[in-house]
Design a protein. Structure first.
Length: 265
């Protein structure tokens, strides 16, 4: 996978050299290229922003440096491993669609991702309109809050996407049992010692009965999701729930109908 990141603070993205993403870069699984947007300016002050038309607080990022930067990604998209692929341009923005685990899986199938790290009041909207001629443009938000710039969001998204690329995570089974992989939060996990500061792990985990352990973990997923993210339960497909799931949910205060999972009145 080819990943281009454009930012006026490229040093912010140094964390992409660390841990599994950094190793994947070394191993050639991820081709991550971070570039300074200011290198695409033409004035001696390397200006990337200007005042907004119509007035208002803050500054807006100028269109020309962005068009020049994105053009370099397009030029490279015509050669090598990304030949013929339409790049996906991801623009971190609180006004974008919410980035989810499902989004990460979708984007992990792409050959070429481009991230545009906005700052100030954002990027001139005409850049996104222009880019739509050659990119699949996806404004993307981590959640309902505002950051100073797109770099933090890019770090999160590149890690979430990159770890799904085959070979990046050593044991692919660990990806299957994670939070959000099946619409539920992950069950609690424990390690040695079995008793720590007078707190013992659940006995079932010492039983060696794999069926009972699987049922315990599934019940814990349902319980934790009910307590922490009931909105996720409401999105579950009732057809994905077995008889034991429905019994657990009933004990937790939920009703499962053929059409929906609903909180009990």
């Amino acid at each position: 996978m080819r990943i281009d990141v454009f930012s006026i603070f490229p040093e912010y993205l140094a964390a992409l050299d660390l841990s599994l993403i950094g190793k994947a870069r070394q191993d050639g699984l991820l081709d991550v290229r971070v570039q300074d947007l200011r290198t695409f300016t033409t004035d001696r002050h390397r200006t990337v922003d200007d005042t907004p038309y119509g007035g208002g607080a803050g500054m807006v990022m100028k269109p020309e440096p962005w068009s020049q930067a994105l053009a370099t990604s397009l030029a490279d998209a015509g050669t090598g491993d990304t030949a013929g692929a339409r790049p996906v341009l991801i623009v971190p923005s609180p006004a974008g669609e919410v980035f989810t685990q499902a989004t990460a899986y979708e984007l992990a199938e792409a050959e070429h991702l481009v991230f545009a790290c906005g700052r100030y009041e954002g990027i001139d909207e005409r850049v996104l309109e222009w880019a739509g001629e050659n990119f699949d443009v996806r404004p993307m938000s981590l959640g309902d809050y505002v950051l100073n710039g797109g770099e933090v969001a890019v770090l999160a998204m590149v890690e979430a996407i990159g770890r799904l690329v085959p070979g990046v995570v050593g044991n692919p089974e660990s990806l299957v049992e994670e939070s959000h992989s099946d619409g539920l939060l992950e069950y609690p996990v424990y390690t040695k010692p079995s008793v720590w500061r007078d707190r013992a792990i659940p006995e079932v985990l010492l039983s060696g009965n794999h069926a009972k352990i699987a049922r315990f973990r599934r019940d814990e997923q349902l319980r934790r999701t009910s307590e922490r993210r009931p909105d996720l339960l409401a999105k579950l497909d009732p057809a994905s729930l077995d008889k034991a799931d429905k019994a657990t949910l009933a004990a937790l205060g939920w009703t499962v109908t053929p059409e929906a999972v609903l909180p009990q009145p």
